[in-house]
Design a binder for this molecule. Structure first.
Ligand SMILES: Nc1ncnc2c1ncn2[C@@H]1O[C@H](COP(=O)(O)OP(=O)(O)OP(=O)(O)O)[C@@H](O)[C@H]1O
Length: 274
C-alpha cells in the first residue's frame, strides 16, 4: 500500500442516442417561455396541458422551472416524489390525463447554481433522457423564466421541438420582454409558435363586459408587428389564484376559464409540425 488512492474520473457520457432523444419518444414538444417572471407562465403551461388533454391528446407536462415546483401542485399533486424503475423516471399521473414531473426534484436549485456550465448541462441532459414520456402525443415544457442561461440550456437539449409559446402580460414592459423572447427563439433556432396574452383585461363572467383594469390588446399588435401568431388571451380570472393553490386547474373545473384555454389549445394544435 502506498497510500495513494487513484480515483478514476467517471467516463464521459455518450451523446444522446437517437432512441433516448425526446425527438423519438414524443410526437410534439412545445416550450412555454416568458420574457420575465411572474406573468403566469406556469399557470398557463399547466392549464394548457389540461386543455390539450381535453382534446384527446396524451399529454406530458415537464416543469423545467427549477424555482418551483409549481406545475404538479396546480394539477393536484401534493408532495411530489420521484418514482422510477430500471427503465427510468416515471412522471406522476394526474386525474386530468396529464402526466407531470418537476426537473427541480432531480436537479435541485442549489445544484443548478453550483453546477454552472457543462456539468449542469449534462445533468439536464441525463434527466431528459431518463424520464419516461414514451407514447405522449405532446410534451408541454414549462421553461425557467426569462431568456438567460437556464432556458437556454434546456432549449438546446430538446431537439426538434415544434416551437416556443411566449406568454406575456399586456403592460408595455412585458411587451419589451416579448421582443427579447422572440430574439431568444431565433438564437436557439426554434420557431415561435405564437404569443399568449395572459391577465389580459378583466371580463365579467356574468355580463361579458370587459373592464380595462390594465390595457389589453398589446400582445396582438406585437404579434402582427413581428409576424407571429397571436394564440389568444386569458383574462384576469380571480378564481385561478385560489383554485391553483388548491390544485384545481381552471381549464378543467372553471367553465368560464375553460373556453379561453380551449381556444389557445386549438390554435396551438393548428400550428404543430405535421
Ligand atoms: N389569468 C390569470 N388570472 C388571475 N390570476 C392569474 C392568472 N394567471 C396567473 N395568475 C396568478 O398569478 C400568479 C403568478 O402566476 P405563475 O406562478 O403562473 O407565474 P410565472 O410566470 O410562472 O411565475 P415565475 O416566472 O415566477 O415562475 C399566481 O398567483 C397565479 O395564480
Amino acid at each position: 500500500m502506498t497510500g495513494n488512492i487513484k480515483i478514476n474520473p467517471p467516463p464521459p457520457r455518450p451523446m444522446m442516442t437517437p432512441e433516448k432523444s425526446l425527438k423519438y419518444r414524443v410526437k410534439h414538444t412545445i416550450l412555454i417561455m416568458s420574457g420575465k417572471g411572474g406573468v403566469g407562465k406556469s399557470t398557463v403551461a399547466a392549464n394548457l396541458a389540461v386543455a390539450l388533454a381535453g382534446k384527446n391528446l396524451n399529454v406530458g407536462l415537464l416543469d423545467a422551472d427549477i424555482n418551483g415546483p409549481d406545475d404538479p401542485k396546480m394539477l393536484g399533486i401534493e408532495n411530489e416524489k420521484v418514482y422510477g424503475d430500471e427503465k427510468g423516471i416515471i412522471p406522476a399521473k394526474t386525474k386530468y390525463n396529464v402526466d407531470v414531473i418537476s426537473m427541480g426534484l432531480i436537479i435541485p436549485r442549489e445544484t443548478a447554481v453550483i453546477w454552472r456550465g457543462s456539468l449542469r448541462h449534462k445533468a439536464i441532459q441525463q434527466f431528459l433522457e431518463d424520464v419516461i414520456w414514451d407514447g405522449k402525443d405532446i410534451l408541454v415544457v414549462d421553461l425557467p423564466p426569462g431568456t438567460g442561461d437556464e432556458p437556454l440550456s434546456i432549449c438546446q437539449l430538446i431537439p426538434n421541438a415544434d416551437g416556443i409559446v411566449i406568454v406575456i402580460t399586456p403592460q408595455d414592459v412585458a411587451l419589451n420582454d416579448a421582443v427579447k423572447a422572440i430574439d431568444f427563439a431565433s438564437k436557439v433556432k426554434i420557431p415561435v409558435i405564437g404569443l399568449i396574452e395572459n391577465m389580459s383585461g378583466f371580463i365579467c363572467p356574468h355580463c361579458g363586459k370587459e373592464t380595462d383594469i390594465f390595457k389589453s390588446g398589446g400582445g396582438k399588435k406585437l404579434a402582427e408587428q413581428y409576424n407571429i401568431n397571436f394564440l389568444g388571451k386569458i383574462p384576469i380570472i380571480p378564481e385561478i389564484v385560489e383554485d391553483s393553490d388548491k390544485g384545481i386547474p381552471a381549464a378543467a373545473e372553471n367553465e368560464f376559464a375553460r373556453k379561453f384555454f380551449d381556444d389557445v389549445a386549438e390554435n396551438i394544435i393548428k400550428n404543430l409540425k405535421n
